[in-house]
Design a protein around this ligand. Sequence first.
Ligand code: NAI
Ligand code: MG
Length: 481
Amino acid sequence: MTRYPVLIGGEEVFGQATFVDLDPSTGRELAEVARGGPAEIDAAVQAARETLERTWRRTRTSERARILRRISELIRRDRDVLADLESLDTGKPLRQARGDADVAARYFEFYASAIETLYGDTIPIDSDVFIYTTREPYGVTAHIIPWNYPLQIGARTVAPALAAGNCCVLKPAEEAPLTAIHLGRLGLEAGLPPGALNVVPGFGEEAGAALAAHPGIDHLSFTGSVEVGKLVSKAAAEHVTPVTLELGGKSPNVVFADADIEAAMPVLVNSIIQNAGQTCSAGSRLLVEESAHDRVVGELVDRFQQLSLGPGRSDPDLGPLISATQLERVSSYVELGKTEARAVTGGGPPPGDSLKGGYFFMPTVFDDVPPAAVIAQEEIFGPVVAVTPFADLDEAAQLANGTDYGLVAAVWTRNVNTAHVVAREIRAGQVFVNTYGASGGPEMPFGGVKRSGHGREKGLEGLLEFTQVKTVAMKLDPGTA
Ligand code: NAI
Ligand code: MG
């Protein structure tokens, strides 16, 4: 079994404690990974602090940008290695893993460019006073990421932080830590000073909790469950550390009868089956205008029944879920769902023995789901879509907004007014019209409202998130003019 280290201050540390990382396609052991705990977190925060003060915060932006561009080149060089590793570790189909590597490269490229054009303001309120603002890095930034898109989310959060001059401690999830460690190695190869990007794999309650509670961090970014998001916020509040939270959703596709349904269908399907439904921005609710309901559900079921399941590296439509725990979680939601609504296809693990050992679940459609049903309200994080019909625009908007979440939404219509009215009414961080997808587009600000979280990632907003404004005001001597 390959062994993977903790990366602290440019050193690879194996240590005594380790944990076993599993291949979700088979349930077999994949790698042995160093199990970071409070001591490793403390060492990583110190290494980040030293590098910050010694060099990184003062390194010219053009030089920081050059190194970030080099990281994106190395990600491209290692595209197949990274995609293969990501596919093995998470179970995701190979072509999706390749796409993740491409997007990861784009984050470093985009933030390299963005930092070179980020300037402050001057504020001309008085001819006797010269006032200007500068944007400074926070300092040491902590990044706790989940297992669903480790490479992509890792890049999404550390690229802007590094660009802005922060030094990072990245804590990947215990279920899928491998590509984050590889990314740390590429950072060093690209010329990041040792200690600018530390990677500490480990368990949430150990390494994650120690990082969130560490008094030496100046900013915390967390992507994961609402439950843990609340825990890390409380821990960070103890030291008045600012927090960015990305906590998933229950995002609706809102389909009007006048939409181009033929064009919509593959996108609607992909929005929920991509990554086997384990996507924060998954289109897990399908709201359909009554007159189009039978057609849309009929076509959806047809398409779901043609989807292939298999190990990620065989590049199927759907790989497995990440773990036995996640399979159990999705199964129990689906069993509950059968008491709330009608499962019209799927509804359990695939029959037969061919995929035995892996954590597979069949793509599942629930029809006529009452809006208050648990499966219409809670994030299932599996390939399960809840369909609810609506009568008119008002009801569509009301249903779309009728959960605790607000990450992404899409409206499908040929009527421009309907599109803009729904986009205005929906409470979500991103709204798509006649398309769906947050995975690409590093340029587009992304993040939630309500329980989906706060703060923005991606785009220029995602860079500003890692800076603090300083205002300088200087009284001029009028006599020397
Ligand atoms: P989780 O929230 O436990 O894991 C996310 C990250 O937080 C991992 O790195 C984990 O090690 C860390 N973590 C766990 N406990 C921690 C603690 N006490 N202090 C600090 N860090 C901690 O998510 P989990 O349990 O893997 O998945 C449960 C559900 O969460 C999923 O079914 C899904 O609904 C949601 N989720 C949402 C994600 C998103 O993209 N927004 C990603 C992963 C999960
Ligand atoms: Mg794994």
